[in-house]
Design a binder for this molecule. Structure first.
Ligand code: ADP
Ligand code: MG
Length: 258
């Protein structure tokens, strides 16, 4: 069976998910998800805690193995009914998918520059000089050129998260996944991270973002996905989902967060 599917515009989606199901023991966490993300689309995923948002995102880069359904990345099948690509091909495909976590996950023993260069050097085979050149451009982009030699422990949460974004971008991914990137930050540091994410969106980066930042969703998202109980309750234009939600479950979630 062909692993590529076409959307209405005749292009292969960057992420194409069909019939995705995932359980942890008896807990059915994802229960039949169909969704696709096109190039340059910004998708914001919202929904109550425990609704499966993180698991959904993690299935998109092979961090979780779903027991049913398929995930295609850039037209290549990552997983098909519980069967993952072999490790070597999985690692190849993962290079296309950058991920940013709530808890930054920087390497504490490496400098900022070390954090941003390690992936391209070890996984892409760049020379130290080339990796550093790339890293400095990205640190400039996230406003942290002056912190290249700093250690992660000396940075604020907002700075750490911007380093994490630069580190993911250094692999030159085709799509970026963000799992509550600002949830661990003090309120005054949220804006600087969202600003970097807005810049990426403006530049045409394809993004899937789990967030409770409804302002960001309204302003930047092409599509808002509402999850509850392991299914997509509704998905659509933020202007419609936020002002005129179709589903009662969306309305009650929005009432709780807005
Ligand atoms: P969300 O990100 O929307 O809060 P998650 O995807 O993290 O939701 O979790 C959905 C459900 O799956 C929760 O009930 C959670 O406890 C469970 N879960 C998530 N990860 C694991 C895991 N590694 N092992 C067991 N249960 C898990
Ligand atoms: Mg989560």
């Amino acid at each position: 069976m062909s692993s590529t599917a076409m959307n209405a515009t005749g292009k292969t989606p960057l992420i194409d998910i069909r019939g995705l199901a995932k359980s942890f023991g008896a807990n059915k966490v994802l229960n039949g998800i169909d969704f696709h993300v096109d190039a340059s689309q910004v998708v914001v995923v919202i929904g109550p805690s425990g609704s499966g948002k993180s698991t959904f995102l993690r299935c998109c880069n092979g961090l979780e193995v779903p027991e049913a359904g398929s995930v295609d990345i850039c037209g290549k099948r990552l997983v098909d009914n519980g069967k993952m690509l072999p490790e070597s091909e999985l690692n190849e495909l993962r290079k296309h998918v950058g991920m940013v976590f709530q808890g930054f996950n920087l390497f504490p023993h490496l400098s900022v520059l070390g954090n941003v260069t390690v992936g391209p050097r070890k996984l892409l085979g760049l020379s130290r000089a080339d990796a550093e050149k790339r890293a400095r451009v990205l640190l400039e982009k996230v406003g942290l050129s002056h912190k290249a030699d700093a250690m992660p422990g000396s940075l604020s949460g907002g700075q750490k998260q911007r380093v994490a974004i630069a580190r993911a971008l250094a692999m030159e991914p085709r799509v970026m996944l963000f799992d509550e990137p600002t949830s661990a930050l003090d309120p005054e540091l949220v804006g600087e991270v969202l600003q970097v994410m807005k810049l990426l969106a403006k530049e045409g980066m394809t993004m899937m973002v789990v967030t409770h930042e409804m302002g960001f969703a309204r302003e930047v998202a092409d599509v808002v996905v509402v999850m509850d109980g392991g299914v997509i309750v509704e998905a659509g234009d933020p202007a419609v989902v936020f002002t005129n939600p179709r589903e009662a479950r969306t309305r009650s979630f929005l009432q709780a967060v807005l």
